[in-house]
Design a protein around this ligand. Structure first.
Ligand SMILES: Cc1ncc(COP(=O)(O)O)c(C=O)c1O
Length: 352
């Protein structure tokens, strides 16, 4: 059986989760009448210390709805250059919001407070208006690095002083919570919007919850509806979310520890390059340029031994741990990755 480290989106609902979904009490979500969805929104809002929440079909819609509420066409948003908003989401902010993106070049997806402050444009008739900053906690394509709370707060405060809104893409915020012991509410405090994904490490099939003030959520709801994201008997999905919050948060701690284990085995493998922040949560990225192969070639080599890793671009490999990968599978995957690096580095040396 293939050990799938491609993404924590590969998880399958557990039997317990499926049972909770089957038992869910449901109503019409679009009419604000689905009790299980309302319970989930209240629960996540409470977890994040926010006034209200809205159930979304995806994290992508959480980011897009937040951008659409916080900006107007012609505005600019500041993000890291590896961010999900900038690199994927089919450029929804540009296509639908008419918003341009100022990507900050970062080591490991974390930009400095100074770089952020310098990127805010002084008001000028000719310039886009800097309107929003987004922080990805934890970083996705940059290897799961965890933002320091203090930096997040300084960025939030500077944003507010300079008239920008501050957003947290919290697809994996709870991985940061279990990694640091800082509560989700502390991370989210004072931000204008924040969300968590249910369909990643929490193991649900669908969904995310976007939170903020009551006023923000009313506006986010409008966008959800306009974008076709309003649902009917969504309680079957929300029940999975409630189940995950009861049963799967501790799993995130295990997922993080599995990445540390894997990192420990391959950290000194020949030809692999790691960021100093590597191994902080449930994602690990490394470069294979030192092996003289492309990332897709390296990934194919691992797959030949039943380990699926993800090539991100030409040089980076990303591995992600999750509920469907056991400790012994992680140990096996680490051996395969290490052996592949050793094999390729030998080939390199031999051909020199
Ligand atoms: C950091 C980050 N933000 C946003 C998203 C989008 O979430 P979804 O897949 O639920 O649309 C992802 C998904 O991988 C992500 O990793």
């Amino acid at each position: 059986m293939t050990i799938d480290l491609y993404s924590d989106t590969q998880t399958r609902p557990t039997p317990g989760m499926r049972e909770a979904m089957a038992r869910a009490v449901v109503g019409d979500e679009q009419s604000n009448d689905d009790p299980t969805t309302l319970a989930l929104c209240a629960r996540v809002a409470d977890l994040l210390g926010q006034e209200a929440g809205v159930f979304m079909p995806s994290g992508t819609m959480c980011n897009l709805a937040s951008i659409l509420v916080h900006t107007r066409a012609g505005d600019e948003i500041i993000v890291d250059d590896q961010s999900h908003i900038y690199n994927t989401e089919a450029a929804g902010s540009a296509a639908i919001g008419g918003v341009s993106v100022a990507p900050l070049r970062t080591p490991a997806g974390i930009f400095s407070v100074e770089a952020f402050a310098a990127a805010i444009r002084p008001p000028a008739r000719t310039a886009p208006r800097s309107a929003l900053v987004s922080i990805e906690q934890t970083t996705s394509f940059s290897g799961g690095s965890v933002w320091a709370l203090d930096d997040m707060r300084r960025i939030r405060d500077i944003a507010h002083e300079r008239g920008l809104k501050a957003h947290i893409d919290g697809a994996r915020l709870l991985n940061a919570v279990v990694a640091t012991g800082i509560t989700a509410a502390d991370y989210a405090d004072g931000f204008d919007s924040v969300w968590i994904d249910l369909s990643k490490g929490l193991g649900c099939p669908v969904g995310a919850v976007l939170c903020g003030t009551g006023e923000f959520v009313v506006e986010a709801w409008r966008w959800k509806y306009r974008l076709g994201g309003a649902m009917r008997q969504s309680g079957v999905l929300a029940a999975a979310g409630l189940y995950a919050l009861d049963h799967h948060v501790e799993q995130l701690r295990i997922d993080n520890s599995h990445i540390r284990l894997l990192h420990g085995v391959i950290a000194d493998a020949p030809g692999l390059g790691f960021d100093p922040t590597a191994g902080q949560s449930n994602i690990l990225c490394f470069s294979v340029t030192g092996l003289g192969v492309t990332a897709p070639e390296f990934a194919r080599g691992c797959l030949a031994h039943d380990v699926r890793v993800r090539a991100i671009g030409n040089h980076q490999i990303r591995v992600t741990t999750h509920i469907d990968v056991t400790r012994s599978q992680v140990e096996r995957a680490a051996e395969v990755i290490r052996a592949e690096a050793v094999r390729l580095s030998g080939r390199e040396t031999a051909s020199r």
